[in-house]
Each structure stands twice: as C-alpha cells, then as structure tokens.
Ligand binder design. Structure first.
Ligand SMILES: *Cc1c(COP(=O)(O)O)cnc(C)c1O
Length: 404
C-alpha cells in the first residue's frame, strides 16, 4: 500500500496530521486501524509474486501492516528521513540497529550518560558476541575522537541525556563519524523531531522510544529507527522480518494519533518546564537545577541552537543536603509529599512524573559509579506534563518547604 500523495515542502505540523498510507476504499478521514495478523491473497500466483518480492502487498503481520506503515511514514516525514522502521519498544529499536549493522570485531563509541539499558545492551550483551565498545563523557568531543578505532562502525549519542540533560553537538559528532568511515546514530527521545532533527545535522540514524513523547500520553510501548531507504530495506528489514521485534498495529495507531499533537505538546511542555526550572533555581531548598533552557546550563547556547530555542520537558534538580544519606531522605520526602503529581519512572506523559534516579534507573550502579555519572542521592527528575504550573509548584512545595 503506497504513501498518501503530499505536496513538496509541507511543514512539520502539516505532515504530523497528513503523512500516512493511502486511504482504504471506505474513504476514512482518520487513519484506519488494521488489526490483522494475515492477509487474504487474490490468487496463488499473486501470493507467489508477493513472496518473491515482485509485487507490492502484505502477506503476514511480521513483514508489514498498513497501520504500522502509516506510523513509519509519518515519523519519517517529521524526522526528514527517507524511511523508518517501527519496533516493539525503544530498546527493540536499538537491538535491531546493532543486530543489523554490527558483527564480531566491530567497535561502537557511545556516551556514558546514555539510557541505562542502552549501556547494558551494547556494553554487556553485545560484548558476548564480540562487539567491542568504548564509553566516553557525553560533552567531551576530544574523548569521542580519541575513542575511535579502525574497527569503529558506529557512534551512538543521546541528547539531551537522562536525567542530567547533557547536550552534545550532533553536527560535530556526525563529522567525526564520517571522517572515520562510521555511522552516527542519535537517540532523539528527549527532544523529538518537534525540537531537533538530527538527520539535518548529519546523523545517519535517528532512534526513538515511541513510548515517550511520540505517544505522549503514557499508553503504549513503541520504538522506531529512521534512516535512508537503502539502510531500512537492506539492513533493518531482513533482520526485523526474521526476528519479530515488530510493533503491534494497535500501538502503532496510538502513536500515529499521538504524533498529530507532538509539536503542540512539546512546545507547551517545554514552556512549562522552563517556568518550573526557573522556580526551582530560586528555591532555597534546591542546590542545583539541570535544564538546557536555563542560562546556567553548561551547553545552553548549543542546546538552544540545536533544539529550536526550547529546552524540552525534563528538568532535574538536587535538593540541598550535608551528606548522601540526608540527601536521599530529603529527596524521598519531596516525592512522598506529592498529592497531585505521580512518582513514576516513565517520562513523556501529559501527567507530570517525578522519580529518584539514584534508587531506580541508576540504582544498580555502585556509589562511585553514580558519583562519576553525577547522579547524587539528592537528585530528582521531573518529567513535566501539562498540569497548570501553579498546581505543580504547590504540590512540590509541600515537601520542599519543610527542608528549608
Ligand atoms: C525510554 C528510553 C529508551 C528505551 O525505550 P523503551 O520504549 O522503554 O524500550 C531509550 N532511550 C531513552 C532516552 C529513553 O528515555
């Protein structure tokens, strides 16, 4: 089923509601949800041609689904990439990327501040199959450069990072990668194409957890890889077909409809996050705030240039304390005093979610590793949703005022 014809040069907001596969014979205005695992073939001859790749058309759910294709076409349009492949989760997207592009002896460079499961998947699981990797400090371009070896195939960056919102220079990393004959992949989860389009800055692959802002309302798990048509068809598709990390059509449909409001949500949630970051920075119980939209952020200028002048919707902060024990108790106190907002490790929801990274996402690290990563016991991550800012501040004030 082919792509719905669209004019050249349409804006992101238009593509977000219009890019999809062709309508069915019923002329539905809202994209249809095709919940089917198989497809009826018009003849044995046609079926044979489809299996031989000589005729367009679906055969089985693991090889393709029109609703999933609509989501892929819409996300590709937003990222400005030729093609996209949806996966069952963000981690499945990383799995598919590494499985498709790497072999024993190949080397990957990635940042030490990446999503915890990414570090474990590449650094430990793929290591069992002979894939080597080096972790580098996120913002140190020289370290990225020095880590590159003749066998380096992939540089993998995430910007901004979780939970400290460190930013790296995508264009500079793309140049480093290409000079070394390697590819640059960017996890664009936190900024989304509404704020940042890594392809335009030279990235070869954009990876997404659709679980976060693409769905945007905390409903489904999903993931995706955006890349050239050649890479998607020749590298990702064969592995995807045979491994089955496919996205459910229902989840694809939810993300497809979520994408329609992505730009609005990212702008609104970024504005609310900036307001909260300013408020936290002025609060006497707060030691430090991490947010790319603040002047105090070490890569503020780069972030504003790279992220359309917005900081995204994740704000982290340290509560003031004299010892790690006291910091942990104080952070827990702030979370436990919440009445409206949620204690929840997810992010990218319309509901504001708070979490304590040192005891959750970074809980398995040793205290020394945590210190090196800058994840203190007093650190709280706020994934800002769409509640009224006064209600958010009032709820956080309950715990924070008792610390002063
Ligand atoms: C959540 C997340 C992932 C993993 O995505 P899942 O959909 O949970 O598998 C990867 N990278 C970042 C930055 C994330 O926030």
């Amino acid at each position: 089923m082919s792509q719905r014809p669209l004019h050249e040069g349409l804006h992101l907001q238009t593509l977000a509601v219009r890019a999809a596969v062709e309508r069915s014979q019923y002329g539905e205005n809202s994209e249809a949800l095709f919940l089917t695992s198989g497809y009826v073939q018009s003849s044995a001859e046609s079926q044979a041609r489809r299996f031989a790749g000589e005729e367009e058309g679906d055969t089985y759910g693991r090889s393709g689904n029109p609703t999933v294709r609509s989501m892929e076409q819409r996300l590709a349009a937003l990222e400005g990439s030729e093609a996209c492949m949806a996966t069952s989760s963000g981690m499945a997207a990383i799995m598919l990327m590494c499985f498709s592009l790497l072999k024993a002896g190949d080397h990957v460079v990635f940042s030490q501040s990446m999503f915890g499961s990414t570090i474990k998947l590449i650094g430990s699981e793929f290591a069992r199959f002979g894939v080597e990797s080096t972790v580098v400090p996120q913002t140190d371009l020289a370290a990225w450069k020095n880590a590159i070896r003749p066998t380096t195939r992939l540089l993998f960056a995430e910007t901004p990072t979780n939970p400290l919102t460190e930013v790296c220079d995508i264009a500079a990393l793309a140049e480093l990668a290409h000079n070394a004959g390697a590819l640059l992949a960017v996890d664009n989860c936190f900024a989304t194409p509404a704020l940042q389009r890594p392809m335009r800055l030279g990235a070869d692959i954009v990876m997404h957890s659709g679980t976060k802002y693409l769905d945007g309302q905390g409903r489904v798990m999903a993931g995706a890889l955006c890349a050239s048509e050649k890479m998607v068809n020749e590298k990702f598709l064969p592995v995807q077909k045979n491994s089955g990390m496919v996205l459910s059509p229902f989840n694809a449909w939810v993300v497809l409809k979520g994408l329609e409001t992505l730009d609005l949500r990212m702008r609104a949630q970024s504005a609310l996050a900036l307001e909260l970051a300013h408020w936290l920075e002025a609060h006497p119980a707060v030691a430090r705030v991490y947010y790319p939209g603040l002047q105090s952020h070490p890569q503020h200028a780069l972030a504003m240039k790279q992220m359309s002048g917005l900081g995204g919707a994740v704000v982290s902060f340290d509560v003031k304390a004299d010892s790690p024990e006291q910091a942990r108790a104080r952070a827990f106190h702030v979370l436990d005093a919440l009445q409206t907002l949620s204690i929840c490790t997810n992010l990218g929801d319309t509901k504001t979610l708070l979490t304590h990274p040192a005891s959750t996402s970074h809980g398995k690290l040793s205290e020394a590793q945590r210190q090196a990563a800058g994840i203190g016991q007093g650190l709280i991550r706020v994934a800002v949703g769409l509640e009224h800012p006064q209600d958010v501040q009032a709820d956080m004030t309950r715990g924070l005022t008792t610390l002063v």
